[in-house]
Design a protein around this ligand. Sequence first.
Ligand code: ADP
Length: 374
Amino acid sequence: MKILVVNCGSSSIKYQLFEMPEEKVLAKGMLEKIGEKTADAIHDHHEGMRRILKDMHDIKAVGHRVVHGGEYFKESSIIDEKVLKIIEDYADLAPLHNPHNLTGIKAASQALPNVPQVASFDTAFHQTIPSYAYLYAIPYELYEKYRIRRYGFHGTSHRYVARRAAELENKGKYDLNIITCHLGNGCSITAVKKGKSIDTSMGLTPLEGVVMGTRSGDIDPAIIFYLAERRGMKIKEINNLLNKKSGLLGFSGISNDVREVRKAANKGNKRAELALDIFCYRIKKYIGAYMAALGHVDTIVFTGGIGENADRLRREILEGLEELGIKLDKQINDKTHQCEALISSPDSRIKVWVIPTDEEARIAHDAYLLMEPL
Ligand code: ADP
């Protein structure tokens, strides 16, 4: 069964065509410059979708990555009018993503009118987080009225690597307590108790939590008032500063890419070195917090571009945690890049895995399961 997976951004469409259930990738690519003013630009997402589908036949379902599903979706769902309306309603909380995800859904439904469309939500896996962990200590009416709460993101990735870790350890998916670290351009950490997310570092939006490529992660909210009142910055500017100009980029002044920051640090750039120290320290703190939240931890998993590749950062994050039961096998850790590997030493009480994530394949898998009974 052929399933197309689509991830629509403001001016791009990323796609992969899968043969399911084998998860064989038949085609993949990315269209850029959609709706831009350059000579080689693609007019709009509808034209983009037509180009993608030109040489594709027999597609049985289209799976869409949708960032925000709010409190409505605990799993992937076949898209109908009601689902569309909810995605639209949450555009307010995910203005950079949901509107473009919707455009992608509309373009794909128009190009393939009789093919079911499926939405996989970044927020869905985190819908099991208990209220004491998802509510902020602000007036309760703000939750009731505006649904301001922790939602969490990267759910498809956290769920997959947690399930896969259990499989690799020959355990059932509800047997283990796991801390999953998704470290890519965006970074988030999740506490998974017996297969269910019970807390995660990202919040109402992907800005909260650990330090990221260009996002600050947790800060004292009073910094915002200080910048607005004392420095005269506009709210829009501060938003841009915290989302686009902070994190590794903002601190190092070099790049949002860990590799570039590491290169500079190796050449003696102190701020680059400090940026990496802050990055690791903040992840270490979340791991410690989630060890307490879980009470007992069996496994830690690293995934995402940084988690799968940056062996030295993994080492630095877990350094000094031997007394908490975490001991890396340095040789295996340093050799592990973009492949599944157990990187803890045999006498480590907590197992540490690197597990490459594959969000597109998970979306295809969910769409396939939803199509199967038909
Ligand atoms: P996204 O979150 O957009 O899916 P990725 O998971 O692909 O991003 O992560 C991208 C980041 O991974 C890059 O910015 C870079 O910092 C890091 N990365 C990729 N390859 C390596 C590598 N070989 N060593 C260290 N870091 C890497």
